[in-house]
Design a protein around this ligand. Sequence first.
Ligand code: GLC
Ligand code: GLC
Length: 814
Amino acid sequence: MRYGYFDDSSREYVITRPDTPLPWINYLGCEDYFGLISNTAGGYSFYKDARLRRLTRYRYNNAPLDMGGRYLYLYDNASGKYWSPSWMPTRVKLDEYECRHGQGYTIITSKLNGIKFSARYFVPLGESLEIWQVTLTNENTSPADLSLFSSIEFCLWDANDDATNFQRNYSIAQVEIVDEVIYHKSEYRERRDHFAYFACSEKLAGFDTAREDFLGPYRGWDAPLAVEEGKSRNSEALGWQPMGSHHVKVQLKAGEQKQVIFLLGYQENPKDDKFDPPGSQVINKKTDKPIIAKYLKPENADKAFNTLREYWTMLLDKVQVTTPDEHTNRMVNIWNAYQCMVTFNMSRSASYFESGIGRGMGFRDSTQDLLGFVHMIPERARERILDISATQLKNGGAFHQYQPLTKRGNNDVGSGFNDDPLWLVLAVSAYLRESGDWSILDEQVQYENEAGTESPLYEHLQRALQYTLDRLGPNNLPLIGRADWNDCLNLNCFSDTPGQSFQTTTSKDGTVAESVFIAGLFVLACEEMAGIAEHCSDQAEVDRVQKSAAEMEKTVWAAGWDGEWFRRAYDDYGHALGSKENVEGQIFIEPQGICVMAGLGAENGNAVKALDSVAEHLATPHGIVLHQPGFTKYYLHLGEISSYPAGYKENAGVFCHNNPWIMIAETVVRRGDKAFDYYTRTNPSAREGISEVHKCEPYVYAQMIAGKDAVKPGEAKNSWLTGAAAWNYVAITQHILGIRPAFEGLEVKPVFSSRWDGFEVTRNFRGVRYEISVKREGPENNVSLEVDGKSVPGTVIPLPAANTKTVKVKVVVR
Ligand code: GLC
Ligand code: GLC
């Protein structure tokens, strides 16, 4: 069942009924100011950091669902009837409803009793504000006499404190109301130099800033008393819950249309110029007034919207594909690329499943997010790499998380996730392949953000690899530490105390439990490092990493191979996990993917064996589950993985993050049909028709789809912020379609479905536009290349002469 459709030519997903199985959301803003918005106008906004600079309130896990948002109310002054034109929160049945989510904007339109409503929400590039452009049209033959009420609830900046520290919070709020602008200035009197404003383009019939006055006693947002009576209270909040609401009267003749603009913005003032006049307690408005004046004009708002659309056309244009499969086309060309930008911006901080107060930016998460983003804006990827590597520990390890506002490692979570540093090598390598900007390796970067510790980035990568080598266990496999990629495989935790964090509790000295997954990742990282070192003419380093990789590979065959597949780990007792010897957790997806990606078993046939075992034991119609059999009880020595009921999350759910590793692995063994089949199973667009099962948005990946042991297999959770975005993008564009940046040129090596007779790709690479057409003339995936009319040996297109604008590539696959 569908709740909408893809409008590919407008690059929008169009939701046609408001009661989607879960709120289907979108993101506003792609730089510093961000908002989350659902298809019924729920959501919230923040500046840079969802925890520390939250502008508006949202109530997670609420009943009814999706409470808190950018709610507008229409009130018919004649009949006294009112409704929410975005359906929520009043849920009055609408005659027409539609929500269009696009890149960085959302448009909600509806109609009731001949009154047409449309609201376009977006954040202009370069600004710290969001625009709500509302258009009302009277489609009746008689005049309409309406009231439009806006509403938002201000958050007292620190979202965690806001939701917990009520003894202080109920007495702290302050606002200012000047003409049509409501200012939220809690704590501005003391140490904050920032405030929020909520402005309206029209003369007001009234306003409210105190929630209790607007809503009335014991009422909710579904029935505010001010709206029910068609009359604002002109309340001025001091303490309690500050909010913003404008009341605008709108008279429309038959057929008449009117635009009303609301702005919600964030503004900082110089610390020594906060008040105007100086010495007063009045906000200095010199900085925000011109911005407000600018965007309250419809022509400026329109212009900003068009600029945003063009910006996204430019970004998405960098990779465009035309294949025989519409799901591939729209995910690659629009939605998957867009989701990669969102994960780059948010890491795992703020979604409808991540509350924005729990986690900062993850080291392993953000480094992997870069893989799918780097081609869009390499300069921002560069900056991110330098920020992340400055949090790296001197011993080569990593803070597991850092705060986006301070860019410092998070001490509460600490380090000891032994896969973390290796991802940095993959991220830097992807940046170098994409940009050819080798100067980044010479950047002097701190460790632990400590002045005086700087070394070239190149050395950061060396230390990252050394970190693994310094921590080998009894089988010479890498020690796992607190966890590797699977955050829930906590082999040193042994927690028997309720509520203890599985991630940060360590009860063992960690010298026994080992990870085969890290071994595979290490070999992969060594290969990337060898390529980097070779380019830098550092033969000693090439030799060193190749030797380490070869030794690690030997170790894997000695201790990490189970006969039919790669083992997963060794526990604290020295017993294998992910082995036939186990009763539960006999085979895991992660090592099959990463080891084959690293090339292990390509020659001795074990790669194919491992992948066939995946097909036999782990593949389901909804994707490949993490392991089988799922854990039916809690195992003290395995940790959080066994805390979830089987079929969910890390306990045998389908992780959309690592399904692509198997897709890539299948391309390594050159089985294009299998790779594409797996790609399609978790492709959200291909799952649109079962939205009532899948539940999450059909235009973006979710972290997890319930596995075969679950009550409802196929039900997705944790949409948007997941490494699934980057890895699926990499799998389809770089490995299945096979267009992959190499250090010295663009590689074209597709391994795709034997049923396709070809496909086309345009790819911007280092300032040159490659127009690539691929034709299938035989069932295998053997490639021959013709570049601008000349045949080229191998699969890498050498870099063209300077000033070349376009390169035409003909690829024949036999
Ligand atoms: C979550 C974490 C990620 C981890 C994955 C598997 O998505 O953000 O770091 O690798 O779960 O546990
Ligand atoms: C939980 C989740 C996992 C996440 C981790 C860190 O364990 O299951 O996906 O990575 O928390 O927050």
